[in-house]
Design a protein. Structure first.
Length: 303
């Protein structure tokens, strides 16, 4: 029986490293290039599995070399693939990632086969959702399918987590499906249509999300930590003080969300769950890549 069901996208990440991220029309000389596994849902599944979470991943792949990369990774990491669909008529997704010398990034994602996930694919995997305590998803999959999956997860009694990335419009009634909403600062500005600059801005933003029907709001703040609020309490948690330099922030949000799902599945208190997720997200920034940067539970415990 699986405790965590993650619905999302796998893509092959094409990472390009350079001094800066090119502006529109600009060409720069990079320093290195790597190809590796990515996609927010897939990264979160890997993160959760490496932390000893019991993970089922629902996605759609092609039947190509990138799909082989994904399936090999899931086998190595302990992700259950009963919910992975393969379509020989579609290509597995890809993403181009530009990374500057400070570890900041810009990403263009093409979802490929996962962009063709439909409600029927959710219906075929309802047993996986029924057996899960936590349901985690993002917004790289088709919007209608994602919200249908959240609805089914709520009907089956799952605790739902929506990591709203990339930021896309959400219908008013769909906020009611969300137990934990985990935008970063940029995504928060998108959903509330205003700048977020001060601590008070962040607190006000949290209240606005609660007013929309979200049960618990978690705003991730990068090097400034995280803000949490629900109807009973609210607080900031500082970022992990790292032992080494940040080299790549690409998968930090995914590490955080995957870790959050594991902590909630193990019934950590909300504050302890956030401290744990913050730590995992921070450690991931000290490594290059997305899925490859997800730390193991042994690394986290010894850090």
């Amino acid at each position: 029986m699986s405790s965590i069901c993650i619905f999302g996208v796998f893509v092959a990440d094409l990472c390009f490293f350079g001094k800066s991220i090119p502006a529109r029309g600009q060409t720069i000389l990079g320093s290195k290039h790597i190809v590796g596994p990515g996609g927010k849902g897939s990264n979160q599944a890997i993160a959760a599995a490496r932390l000893n979470g019991k993970v089922n991943f629902i996605t759609k792949l092609g039947k190509d070399s990138n799909a082989t990369m994904a399936l090999d990774l899931y086998s190595q990491s302990g992700v259950n693939i009963d919910g992975v669909i393969q379509d020989p008529n579609l290509s597995t997704g890809v993403a181009a990632i530009m990374i500057d010398e400070n570890g900041h990034n810009a990403i263009n994602i093409v979802s490929g086969a996962a962009g063709h996930l439909e409600k029927e694919d959710i219906n075929k995997n309802l047993e996986i959702i029924k057996k899960s305590k936590i349901f985690l998803t993002q917004l790289e999959t088709p919007q209608g399918t994602t919200m249908y999956a959240l609805q089914k997860a709520k009907e089956e009694g799952c605790v739902t987590i929506l990591n709203p990335a990339p930021a896309r419009s959400i219908n008013k009634e769909d906020f009611l499906l969300i137990d934990f909403f985990t935008p970063n600062e940029t995504e928060t500005e998108f959903y509330l249509n205003k700048k977020i600059e001060s601590d008070q801005d962040i607190k006000d933003a949290g209240n606005e999300f609660l007013d929309k029907g979200v049960k618990n709001i978690i705003i991730t703040l990068g090097s400034k930590g995280v803000y949490f609020a629900n109807s009973k309490e609210s607080y900031f948690i500082d970022a992990l003080k790292l032992k080494s330099d940040v080299v790549d922030t690409t998968g930090a949000g995914d590490a955080f969300n995957g870790a959050l799902s594991v902590a909630l599945s193990k019934e950590y208190s909300y504050k302890d769950a956030l401290v744990f997720a913050n730590k995992v997200g921070g450690i991931s920034t000290t490594k290059v890549g997305a899925a490859n940067a997800m730390p193991t539970i042994e690394e986290v415990e010894s850090y």
